[in-house]
Each structure stands twice: as structure tokens, then as C-alpha cells.
Design a protein around this ligand. Structure first.
Ligand code: ADP
Ligand code: 5GP
Length: 188
């Protein structure tokens, strides 16, 4: 049997990375896809672990060669999921999670309708801004761009299969766990 594909989206700073790190510690059997991006690495990020950090030229060439399952521009940079790894992993019967923004999520969902889409919702825009600023990884102009993307993303997120509000971290983690455990999606 093929593996299941899960897509997790949510505004920058909502806590996707934090939730997924905790979730995957309990689920070593599930793989997290590593995306390619043209943005610069943040302090502590490692090429091949957090992302494949590539140049704009390399990215555009890979896109032209049809190497991406999906890709999108977000906040001034390109981000994309390489098709090869996803197809091979699913064919081995291994479940895989894509942590990608909503335009890419919609591209994948239209190509692969069995993919399960989960949107991580902030409790409020104010809380989102506090978290984004509290992370201290972006400068002011990048924060403004990311907040501008957030309202559009929240509207798009309302159409996802599941919504998890990340207010209390433990509650959000439990709700994520319930979605994966329910297996209701497997019967779709
Ligand atoms: P994303 O991956 O969605 O961009 P992060 O996981 O980097 O977001 O989280 C952004 C910031 O918010 C981090 O500093 C993280 O520690 C904090 N955070 C995440 N979830 C919660 C939560 N439920 N309550 C309070 N702070 C949180
Ligand atoms: P960040 O720069 O904060 O790591 O990521 C910015 C946004 O890009 C996040 O919403 C993240 O989910 C999204 N993203 C990361 N990888 C991909 C990808 O491969 N494709 C798409 N479409 N979005 C991605």
C-alpha cells in the first residue's frame, strides 16, 4: 500500500515548526519533506537538513525541468518540493508530511486529491505578530511582508480538510495527533 501524503500549512510564525518537531519526535515512522528554497539560511539552519538552499538560477532551472511537485513564491523567495523524493517515499508505503505555504498546498491537493490538508491557525493576528517578532529571525521589512501574507493565508486555510488552532501548544499537539490517529482520511 502506498504511503499517505499530509500537507501542513499556516502563517509564518504560527508555530508549524515547533508543533512538527514535537509531533515527529513521537512519530519517527513519518518523514518530513525537505524543501528547496532561494532564501538565505537563518542562524543555525543547515543545508540538507532544514532546506536545500539553492540559488535563484538553480531553482528556475529545476522548475523548468519539471522537477517540482509544487513551488511558489513567498515573501520574495522561491520555495519548492522536489517530486522525486515524494514519489519514491510514498511508493515505499511511507507517510510523508509537506510543510508548505497555501498556494503550494492547493497545487498538490489538485494533483493528488487524497492528500490530507491541515491548516495551523493562529488564535489571533496579534498573537501571530507577537510570535513572529519573538522569534527574532526576520528584520522589520520581512516581518511586514509575512504579516501581509497572513490574512490571505487564513482565508485560504478555511478550505483545508482540517484546522488546528495553535493557542495552547499541548492542546494543538493533541489535536494534530487525533487527526493522524483518526484514519478517517484513509477512507475518503
Ligand atoms: P512557524 O514554523 O510556523 O513559522 P515557529 O514554530 O518558528 O513558527 O514558531 C514561531 C514562534 O512562536 C517561536 O518562537 C515558537 O517558540 C513560538 N510558539 C510556537 N507555538 C507556540 C504556542 N502554542 N504558544 C506560544 N508560543 C508558541
Ligand atoms: P520560512 O522562510 O519561514 O522557512 O518559510 C516561509 C513559508 O514557506 C512557510 O509558510 C513555509 O511553510 C513555506 N514553505 C516551505 N517550504 C515550502 C515548499 O517547498 N513549497 C511551498 N509552496 N512553500 C514552502
Amino acid at each position: 500500500m502506498k504511503g499517505h501524503l499530509f500537507i501542513i500549512s499556516g502563517c509564518s510564525g504560527v508555530g508549524k515548526g515547533t508543533l512538527l518537531k514535537l509531533f515527529l519526535e513521537n512519530h519517527p515512522e513519518i518523514k518530513l519533506s525537505i524543501s528547496a528554497t532561494t532564501r538565505n539560511p537563518r542562524e543555525g539552519e543547515i543545508d540538507g537538513i532544514n532546506y536545500f538552499f539553492i540559488s535563484k538560477e538553480e531553482f528556475e532551472k529545476a522548475a523548468q525541468n519539471g522537477e517540482f511537485l509544487e513551488w511558489a513564491e513567498f515573501s520574495g523567495n522561491y520555495y519548492g518540493t522536489k517530486k522525486n523524493y515524494i514519489e519514491k517515499t510514498l511508493a515505499k508505503g511511507i507517510d510523508i508530511i509537506l510543510e508548505i505555504e497555501v498556494k503550494g498546498a492547493n497545487q498538490v491537493k489538485s494533483k493528488m486529491p487524497d492528500a490530507v490538508t491541515i491548516f495551523i491557525m493562529p488564535p489571533s493576528i496579534n498573537t501571530l505578530e507577537t510570535r513572529l517578532r519573538g522569534r527574532h529571525t526576520e528584520d522589520e521589512s520581512a516581518i511586514q511582508l509575512r504579516l501581509k501574507e497572513a490574512e490571505r493565508e487564513i482565508e485560504a486555510g478555511k478550505k483545508f480538510d482540517y484546522i488546528v488552532v495553535n493557542d495552547n501548544l499541548e492542546t494543538a499537539l493533541n489535536n494534530l495527533e487525533k487527526i493522524f490517529n483518526s484514519k478517517a482520511w484513509g477512507k475518503q
